[in-house]
Design a protein around this ligand. Structure first.
Ligand code: F6P
Length: 584
């Protein structure tokens, strides 16, 4: 059973309402500073397990009927489908008509969202309630993009001014680096920026840098070192001049083994050239929530950019963790990206569920994951600059929703987060698309495209977009055995050339890849994850699953470095492997 403490209280203001910013701030203030709202004995607070919800059970009955329907027929029967089953909001055109759904499916999924208390859960997040229950933390990445002048309270403190103070400090520093005013220890301007971090302290920065490279300052080079494999550091630095290199040590905790190992190697590398510990202050800055550890490392906290425990690592690319992004694209573009995030936040918070992009996307994901038993989702950006977007989404989605118990610790009896994977579109077409088209697995796809190219070159963009549209059509409609034989194909080859079709996909279309568009896109997936986590009744904001490996690794390092002489207490396989690795 899920307790009242775990499920958030219901806001006195409806999510779909049109509160002004001032009213919203007041509502938050009332809830934070005023009387603690009492849990209402409403359905949203209900302790009904997911599979006992009426909508869930109705979906179970509904599924066998829909499973038999083919998209070819659904489109043929309803010529308006491709127009009707779309939503356009905050500059994103979302076409969900190529999904194996009927109007009734959508109604039932929306009912599921209602019965799951999604509305009150969204409110609770925006109000700063401690919805990350296992770590007793608020989940407020939305505060990172809240405009100046609004308020969000955590433990009685308005955090929005703090957010903007850090943004200003970042802007000041970025401007100095970009203009050459920030000099290295020997007086040379900075030419290379190396972000050292891992997980959320790497994937967001590297994805955003690649995505927004078009807008970046080209006389600066950017590198991202994450892997504790020494090769990552060695290759990133081999052609660089330490006197022109700035390291950003990005770590929420400032204790992560990989990051701290790389950071110490970076310090040695700098000191090898400059030989004076005073050089550290000119060549290292830190992004962290842990001032104590930053100081211990030797970085002056005046060169530290802070953030807060209410920002999860995988939700931190728009916090100070985005310092490398801001240096690359400049403060103005960074603020445009924040604006994009904020527009999507407001859409998620206020739009009715039937026109709410993250909610619809999340519900469709539930439909395949839990009813069609699809194991994975392919993310296929038709935009080269988004080449790291699938990798970024892997942490966002899988660290968030890879959970096996509900908020109160009960083992789930249904599937939770699917596996996310993908590659830029046309490259994938010549690699793994075969399996999506003709393999035995159902893989829902997200096609992501942009109407305008950033690098218009001859017919490239038309060919690119044509491929995206063609793939989505081929997956949905397929090619029947009759169509194959009508082409005069040998009978023996007909089964090989038949496309069953009925493979579902969403098409997510934006005008142009701008910083603002990227902000919208990332927030879309963040809130899709939130929607799904709410329905699965799990904590999408902790990550205990990474801890066991971390602590075992620490122990094994000691064993490897001591030559594994003592008695090893692992399983026999691990013991043998440790011994083999100590034989030089
Ligand atoms: O892998 C676990 C994790 O805690 C991620 O959630 C996080 O993004 C990453 O490690 C890095 O952590 P930190 O920023 O504290 O170095």
């Amino acid at each position: 059973a899920v307790s009242h403490e775990i499920f958030s209280t219901v806001s006195s203001h409806s999510v779909g309402g049109t509160m002004t910013a001032k009213e919203r701030s007041l509502a938050r203030w009332e809830n934070e500073g005023g009387e603690i709202p009492q849990p209402k004995p409403s359905r949203e607070n209900s302790i009904v397990p997911l599979t006992k919800l009426a909508a869930w059970q109705a979906l179970e009955k509904h599924y066998p009927k829909v499973r038999e329907l083919h998209l070819r027929k659904l489109f043929a029967d309803d010529p308006t489908r491709g127009n009707r089953m779309t939503v356009e909001a905050v500059g994103i055109y979302f076409d969900y008509s190529k999904h194996r759904i009927t109007d009734e499916t959508i109604e039932l999924l929306l009912q599921l969202a209602e019965e799951s208390g999604l509305g009150s859960r969204i409110d609770a997040m925006f109000r700063g309630e401690k919805i990350n229950v296992t770590e007793k933390r608020a989940v407020l990445h939305v505060a990172l993009r809240t405009p100046k002048g609004e308020s969000i309270f955590v433990d009685g403190v308005d955090i929005v001014p703090e957010v903007h103070a850090v943004l200003n400090k970042m802007a000041d520093f970025s401007t100095k680096v970009r203009s050459g005013a920030w000099k290295g220890y020997t007086g040379k301007p900075i030419r290379n920026v190396i972000n050292i971090g891992i997980g959320g302290s790497d994937l967001g920065p590297v994805m955003a840098y690649e995505a927004l490279r078009h807008y970046s300052q080209r006389d600066l080079t950017f590198h991202f070192v994450s892997n504790v494999d020494g090769t990552d550091f060695a290759e990133a630095t081999r052609d660089l001049d330490a006197e022109e290199t700035l390291f950003i040590i990005a770590s929420k905790t400032f204790t992560t083994l990989e990051t701290m190992t790389n950071a110490h190697t970076a310090r040695d590398w700098v000191l090898k050239t400059m030989k004076d510990p005073a050089a550290i202050a000119r060549h290292f800055v830190a992004v962290s929530t842990n001032a104590g550890e930053v100081t211990k490392f030797g970085i002056d906290t005046t060169n530290m950019f802070g953030f807060w425990d209410w920002v999860g690592g995988r939700y931190s690319m728009d916090s100070a963790i985005g310092l490398s992004t801001m240096i690359a694209i400049g403060p103005e573009h960074f603020h445009a990206m924040l604006d994009g995030f904020h527009q999507m936040d407001e859409h998620f918070r206020t739009a009715p569920f039937e026109r709410n992009l993250p909610v619809l996307m999340g519900l469709l994901g539930i439909w395949y994951n839990n009813f069609f038993a699809a194991q994975t989702v392919a993310v296929l950006p038709y935009e080269q600059y988004l080449k790291r977007f699938p990798a970024y989404l892997q942490q966002l989605t899988m660290e968030s929703n890879g959970k096996h118990v509900t908020l109160d610790g009960t083992e789930v009896d249904y599937q939770t987060g699917p596996i996310y994977w993908g590659e830029p579109g046309t490259n994938g077409q010549h690699s793994f698309y075969q399996l999506i088209h003709q393999g035995t697995k159902l893989i829902p796809c997200d096609f992501i495209g942009f109407v305008q190219p950033l690098n218009p070159l001859g017919h490239h963009h038309d060919i690119l977009l044509a491929n995206m549209l063609a793939q989505a059509e081929a997956l949905a409609i397929g090619k029947t055995p009759q169509e194959v034989s009508a082409e005069g194909t040998l009978e023996s080859l007909a089964p090989h050339q038949t496309f069953e079709g009925n493979h579902p996909s969403s098409t997510i279309l934006l005008e142009r890849l701008t910083p603002m568009a990227l902000g919208k896109l990332v927030a879309l997936y963040e809130h899709c994850v939130f929607t799904q986590g709410t329905i699965w009744q799990i904590d999408s904001f902790d990550q205990w699953g990474v801890e066991l490996g971390k602590s075992l690794a620490k122990q094994i390092v000691t064993e490897l470095e001591s030559g594994a002489t003592g008695q090893l207490k692992h399983d026999s396989s691990t013991n043998m492997l440790i011994r083999r690795n100590t034989i030089v």
